[in-house]
Ligand binder design. Structure first.
Ligand code: TXA
Ligand code: MG
Length: 314
């Protein structure tokens, strides 16, 4: 159910939960200091308690009281805020409730790009917000997705489809270096250009974000990843699929669902969640996926999300 900015602020300030837009995906928001409302988020999403939440700030200046120490390298990444970059720093545990941190001594923070979101946060104070989907389902990139998961009467501050369409990139910053915990809407290359890659650790090789161990972004249907055109053709020839998730020029064998032009991976990544939800809406059971695209920039994020969506055991 669509609510206005002022209604959303009122609901939050009364201790309830509202879906909010961001440039990445819709979030399920509660006030940072409102532990009962934060508990509602975990219950609504059916989210494991050991998966911490991101704190959303209106301004960079709101950061200092929530963290213990800001590493020197933080100055360099300020250019990405507001924007789709989440930074994990040692928390001021007095002001960041344990439930938000899932018991860790760190906190994840970001300043979202959308001005309406920051306007809301100015009326409520910092908001915690995981993606506004049931745990395990594809994230919500438009109001309809939120209503599909939480019902039509669920309050949503609607601001149209999210521009980026994939979650923020998550990094941890320490004096010793930085670790990429989750690929996301800010390409790794952009970070490396600013931070340098000397001290970069990528999540595969390091302790990951707690959320990375859960099954994510997954539709109900089975996804079969085809890494070359030949593999896709061979699979399609066996005619056991209901649809092909691919690009505008992917072979149109059976029902093709296109993410967009193959050479525009940013756009395609942004369409991913809507198309994964569409596959389920159409009742698809077995879907071939065209993985023949550039794996740089958001292509890396797209490949990672598709791999996770296909891997039902993780
Ligand atoms: O774009 C986004 O990041 C969206 C919008 C709403 O801001 N939010 C989002 O939240 O994707 P969520 O909860 O779906 O994903 C947050 C990720 C999880 O993988 C979680 O484990 C990780 O961030 N995270 C949160 N706090 C952390 C911490 N203290 N240390 C390490 N990872 C953390
Ligand atoms: Mg999520």
């Amino acid at each position: 159910m669509r609510v206005t900015l002022l209604q959303a602020a009122k609901i939050l300030n009364h201790g309830d939960v509202v879906a909010i837009p961001t440039e990445t995906v819709y979030g399920l928001a509660a006030r940072l200091s409102d532990v009962q409302a934060v508990q509602k988020i975990f219950a609504l999403k059916n989210r494991p308690q050991d998966n911490p939440l991101i704190v959303h700030l209106a301004d960079v200046s709101d950061l200092s009281e929530l963290v213990q120490k800001i590493p020197d390298s933080f100055q360099k990444i300020l250019q990405f805020w507001p924007g789709p970059l989440t930074v994990v720093l040692p928390a001021n545990t007095h002001l960041v409730p344990e439930i938000v941190r899932a018991g860790l001594d760190t906190v994840a923070l970001r300043v979202p790009e959308k001005s309406v979101t920051r306007e809301l946060i100015r009326l409520t104070g910092p908001l915690v917000a995981p993606s506004a989907n049931l745990s395990g389902k594809p994230s919500a990139t438009r109001m309809q997705h939120v209503e599909d998961d939480f019902g039509e009467s669920f309050p949503v501050l609607d601001d149209g489809p999210c521009e980026k369409g994939v979650e923020s990139t998550v990094i941890r910053l320490t004096e010793e270096g930085w670790t990429l915990l989750r690929h996301g809407a800010l390409p790794e290359e952009a970070l490396v250009a600013v931070l340098g890659d000397a001290d970069l650790t990528v999540s595969e090789k390091s302790p990951r974000s707690p959320g990375q161990k859960y099954r994510h972004y997954a539709p109900q249907c089975e996804l079969i990843l085809c890494h070359s055109r030949q593999e896709l053709k061979n699979q399609a020839d066996s005619k056991t699929h209901d649809a092909i998730l691919g690009f505008d020029d992917t072979l149109d064998e059976g029902e093709r669902i296109s993410l967009g032009p193959r050479d525009q991976v940013d756009l395609c990544a942004g369409n991913l969640y809507a198309k994964l939800r569409l596959l389920d809406d159409r009742g698809c059971k077995r879907v071939l996926v065209d993985m023949d695209f550039e794996k740089s920039g958001l292509g890396k994020t797209l490949a990672e999300r598709l791999t996770k969506a296909a891997n039902k055991s993780s």
